[in-house]
Design a protein around this ligand. Structure first.
Ligand SMILES: Nc1ncnc2c1ncn2[C@@H]1O[C@H](COP(=O)(O)OP(=O)(O)OP(=O)(O)O)[C@@H](O)[C@H]1O
Ligand SMILES: Nc1ncnc2c1ncn2[C@@H]1O[C@H](COP(=O)(O)OP(=O)(O)OP(=O)(O)O)[C@@H](O)[C@H]1O
Ligand SMILES: [Mg+2]
Ligand SMILES: [Mg+2]
Lengths: 227, 227
């Protein structure tokens, strides 16, 4: 479902070149549950952004569902980002002027879901992450962990075939974390593909496969006994 | 050094009242190392903002170093925020248009430190959190964990007598986390007071005292064997 071949992502800063990703190759099959770990700055979020069609590699090729992403037109790219992929961002990226409910409705608007159904699905998604009583709050009227959960609800509301989650439980206490991981396990059991960046071993243990990154490269690729 | 007496913090949302803090009382002595834990939304960041003189209680009294904060004038409040207290925010609050170096210099500008010394101390602070090679990057040109470390360096650069850290290692891998906790332990050993929100038991274990919050109240206050 996902295939990267010799993908590089560099940034030019004056005379310096930063190699966020270096000649990285990777294949992920449908219904895999993959955890990505590695030191701060090793390229995990950059890799997630490339997979999520939000960033373009400087070189190399990326096939999503058999189609070469660099050759997709705007309509196909939009469909990939809005319907096939759900993304929980490391810094949430919520719209500050919208309520939690409106934020979660946004992907459903892109998907052309009618208003009544959109409302109902967004309410339900917020309820499953424990935010039924915060639906009309704006991001500044919520705690850090509540914002993180709105970002999770937004990513889940379209039931995307691929869920990308970048440090999804970093601001959550252990019991809330467990609830979120149960949601992810259910999604995986229902046939979806999950790719999750985490720095916590206990979270990575939910995945059947762990990729370890260092300095822009994948340095280990381990098959695990899933819990 | 810190005393809260019956402190409340409420928010009015239409007909609803949200009790972020409820009649909370607390005393913290100099050179204590206190961890605050509790579920998402239980009031931890709100408590930190009150202690850090960034938010005013709806009722109750707060003494900082023996002075009643509600009766401080603007000059005294500014001095408290900029020189006595260092704050690592849960969402970092970096200035997007400034480099990492310039961000870390900001508290030193408020403290009236001359330019050459300011530059040197900011460089050193970034070096101690492992960001020597990211000094001229802006926040959008850094990873999540790098931004978090800039926020930490900024809070430490004035050597504040009180360090408030709200989930300071949420975006960091285990070995970077260990480096940061060593910095905090050193600060504590040097006589400073540390108050740290965390959801990770291993991080809380560095503290000698753990406060547990739930629904706006302190529900447990345990003295620990510090490591
Ligand atoms: N401006 C606001 N208006 C209304 N409610 C608010 C506002 N700011 C915070 N709250 C509410 O106050 C409560 C406490 O928030 P706080 O940020 O202190 O929680 P927290 O313990 O830090 O949570 P987390 O672990 O998720 O960061 C939350 O339920 C939040 O929704
Ligand atoms: N716009 C940019 N310009 C220059 N360098 C950048 C830019 N964006 C990211 N980088 C660098 O690319 C590297 C990889 O960043 P990335 O965000 O992928 O790391 P990460 O593994 O997600 O880290 P973390 O665990 O801290 O979130 C980092 O060293 C970062 O400083
Ligand atoms: Mg990242
Ligand atoms: Mg908080």
């Amino acid at each position: 479902i996902i295939r990267l071949d010799d993908v590089e992502r560099t940034y030019r800063m004056g005379s310096e070149t930063i190699y966020a990703l270096r000649a990285l190759s990777l294949t992920i099959d449908p219904n895999e549950f993959v955890a990505i770990m590695g030191p701060s700055g090793s390229g995990k979020s950059t890799l997630m952004n490339v997979i999520g069609c939000l960033d373009t590699p400087s070189s190399g090729r990326y096939w999503l569902n058999g189609r070469l992403v660099s050759e997709m037109n705007d309509r196909q790219l939009a469909a990939a980002r809005n319907r096939e992929i759900g993304f929980v961002f490391q810094s949430f990226n919520l719209l500050a002027r919208l309520t939690a409910l409106a934020n979660v409705e946004v992907p459903l608007i892109y998907a052309g879901v009618p208003r009544r159904e959109r409302h109902e699905r967004a309410r339900h998604a917020l309820d499953t992450v424990g935010l039924a009583d915060r639906m009309l709050h704006r991001p500044t009227e919520m705690s850090g962990g509540q914002r993180q959960r709105v970002a999770i609800a937004r990513a889940l509301v379209t039931r995307p075939s691929i869920l990308l989650a970048d440090e999804p439980t970093g601001n959550l206490d252990s019991s809330t974390t467990e609830e979120i991981m149960n949601l992810f396990d259910d999604l995986h059991a229902a046939g979806h593909t999950l790719i999750m960046v985490t720095h916590e071993q206990e979270i990575a243990a939910h995945a059947a496969r762990v990729l370890r990154m260092n300095d822009g490269e994948i340095v280990a690729d381990e098959q695990m006994e899933p819990r």
